[in-house]
Ligand binder design. Structure first.
Ligand SMILES: *[C@@H]1O[C@H](CO)[C@@H](O)[C@H](O)[C@H]1NC(C)=O
Ligand SMILES: *[C@@H]1O[C@H](CO)[C@@H](O)[C@H](O)[C@H]1NC(C)=O
Ligand SMILES: *[C@@H]1O[C@H](CO)[C@@H](O)[C@H](O)[C@H]1NC(C)=O
Ligand SMILES: *[C@@H]1O[C@H](CO)[C@@H](O)[C@H](O)[C@H]1NC(C)=O
Length: 543
């Protein structure tokens, strides 16, 4: 294994004027581990502490090997997935033997590895702490936490006198517990309580500055993560998750990438590998680049290691280069990338990755000037096929209004309520592959309640209209497009997904006007499965 120099490499750029510009982009090495969790076969049956520890040790043994492997590859931080130590499907009482009381690191400075006897019943915390210390890396894991409460004085205290939280813990590279985050948005987790107050948790590393913490389902809600991004300026996140893939709009890596792109953050996402439950999809995402893994076939874990540019604004040099790195969340991404964005991309050197699936934003085919009816002239309405051809079909439990794509190019429009979606497209490939443009505005109510405004171009699973919105992973049709919608929310997550779960991304995206958000993409290397502008109207969730 080569020894790698990690601190701020110098990159020289040779400009056409034969000027040599030296710019420094600080970087660090991050690892995420997709873990094939060893489950308790009977999660509803209570386990004594000893049996629970024996079970959790099996998963921690795997973590130990992977933390060492990451350290050998020079990783400075590693993230393990949600539920990766105990598994899932416990009840409030059956999880009792698995719980440890995690002290609040804002109040107590504690190194469980070097002070194991300070708090009782903390075997898991001790092992994680020693793993961080031994391998000299920051370590993020997820575990169940018990906090006793007084049901006489605390109105939120559950009747049995204790909170049980789905909890992320973070250790520094010397084993000190430095952060604890209680998951805010639970996903039907009978064993756990929602924290009485939403927590905005960050921790600081010497190599990359500040990181924020959030968990799985949190990614679909405003709190806590958008407060961390928009109000607190946090630009790097660790994200333990146990995410069930749901095509065509919410496969794990698909939304991880959209989230990173739309918010302008780095996301270190570690998922569970569990084929039966449809869980896979982890990655290291920056606003420009991704190293990721999605594997529904092999039932094995996967370690990803990648060099990542530092995005903490306070760690950057003053001046133009660094100010360009401060992307504004939800502002869209210009196709004219700045020099520092290019530098940042170069620093996310794909050769560092251990991943199978990667993409590179440099690899955009030159697009020839088009004489077609592009969105700039969406007003050329004589060519816009109106809503005469619309049909309804269910996509991911929501009743979308669709219009089919006909011919090899065209302009389409479809509306649902006040949301209107426009598409210009030009397609090549098998004619029998049916595509449709869909619009949905409304409250999603199955497996969670959240208000959506979605414009989506999807490949249908068959040739019938009723097959539009179903799950499909493959496509041979290459589609150049511009997709645009009239959104009432500023929170739009753009995503482009190619055949075989190939992550792609827009050439360009942004606000065309105050309420119209667009993205464009031409010359994809694979067939198009989904192009989506996924809008979240957080303030309407409770309506
Ligand atoms: C856990 O629960 C989910 C949904 O409730 C179910 O689909 C799954 O089969 C369960 N898994 C196990 C391991 O019990
Ligand atoms: C409060 O919690 C205690 C256990 O700590 C329990 O015995 C008691 O029944 C609870 N009271 C109520 C009103 O739920
Ligand atoms: C251990 O790490 C913490 C957090 O980074 C730091 O504050 C502390 O000084 C370190 N302790 C030692 C003994 O190095
Ligand atoms: C979807 O919406 C359309 C139009 O409102 C309606 O006619 C149709 O019955 C709905 N479909 C389902 C399955 O609810």
């Amino acid at each position: 294994m080569a020894v790698l120099i990690l601190t701020g490499a110098i990159v020289a750029l040779f400009l056409s004027e034969s000027l040599v510009v030296k710019a420094e982009v600080r970087s660090y090495v991050a690892a995420v581990y997709e873990h094939r969790v060893i489950l308790n076969p009977e999660p509803h049956v209570p386990n004594e502490r000893e049996a629970a520890l024996a079970h959790m040790s099996k998963n921690l043994d795997v973590f130990e090997v992977q933390a060492a492997s990451a350290a050998r590859q020079a990783a400075q931080i590693i993230v393990f997935p949600e539920d990766g130590i105990q598994g899932f499907n416990f009840t409030r009482t059956s999880i009792a033997g698995y719980l440890e009381t995690v002290p609040d690191p804002r109040v107590v400075t504690w190194n469980p590895c070097t002070e194991p006897d300070r708090f009782p019943n903390t075997e898991v915390l001790q092992r994680l702490s020693c793993m961080a210390q031994k391998n000299h890396l920051f370590l993020v894991a997820n575990m169940p936490d018990r906090q006793d409460c007084d049901n006489l004085t605390d109105p939120h205290c559950p009747p049995d006198g204790r909170y049980q939280f789905n909890t992320d813990v973070v250790f520094s590279d010397n084993g000190t517990l430095i952060a604890r985050y209680h998951k805010q948005n639970l996903y039907f987790e009978a064993a756990f309580d929602t924290p009485p107050e939403c927590e905005h948790i960050t921790f600081t590393t010497p190599f990359a500055g500040k990181f924020g913490v959030f968990t799985c389902f949190d990614t679909l809600f405003y709190e806590p993560v958008l407060t961390l991004v928009k109000d607190m300026g946090v630009r790097q996140f660790v994200f333990p998750t146990a995410w069930m893939n749901q095509l065509p709009l919410l496969a794990a890596v698909q939304f991880q990438q959209s989230f990173s792109y739309a918010t302008g953050i780095t996301l270190l996402a570690a998922n569970i590998q569990a084929k039966d439950l449809g869980m896979t999809g982890s990655g290291i995402f920056t606003p420009w680049h991704a190293v990721c893994h999605h594997d529904m076939e092999r039932e094995t874990g996967k370690l990803l290691v990648s060099k990542v540019p530092v995005l903490d604004p306070s760690m950057m040099e003053d001046g133009e280069e660094s100010s360009r790195l401060k992307l504004i969340p939800f502002s869209g991404h210009s196709k004219h990338r700045s020099r520092s964005e290019e530098l940042a991309e170069e620093h996310a050197d794909p050769s560092w990755s251990m991943s199978g699936s990667q993409f590179d934003v440099h690899e955009q085919k030159k697009s020839t000037e088009s004489d077609h009816c592009l969105a700039e002239d969406l007003g050329c309405s004589e060519r816009v096929i109106s809503e005469a051809n619309t049909f309804n079909s269910i996509m991911m439990y929501d009743n979308f209004t669709f219009v089919p794509l006909r011919g090899v190019e065209g302009n389409l429009k479809v509306c649902d309520g006040s949301l209107c979606c426009h598409l210009w497209f030009q397609r090549s490939g098998p004619e029998e592959e049916l595509y449709a443009l869909g619009a949905f505005q409304g409250l999603h109510v199955v497996h969670g309640t959240y208000y959506l405004e979605v414009c989506a171009l999807v490949r249908c699973t068959g040739t019938e209209f009723g097959s539009c919105g179903g799950e499909i992973e493959n496509a041979q049709t290459v589609v150049d497009f511009r997709l645009q919608g009239t959104f009432s929310t500023p929170h739009i997550y753009p995503g482009v997904l190619g055949s075989e779960m190939t992550l792609d991304r827009p050439d360009e995206s942004g606000w065309e006007s105050k309420s119209e958000f667009y993205m464009t993409r031409k010359g994809m290397a694979t067939g198009l499965v989904t192009a989506v502008l996924y809008g979240r109207v957080y303030e309407k969730d409770d309506e």
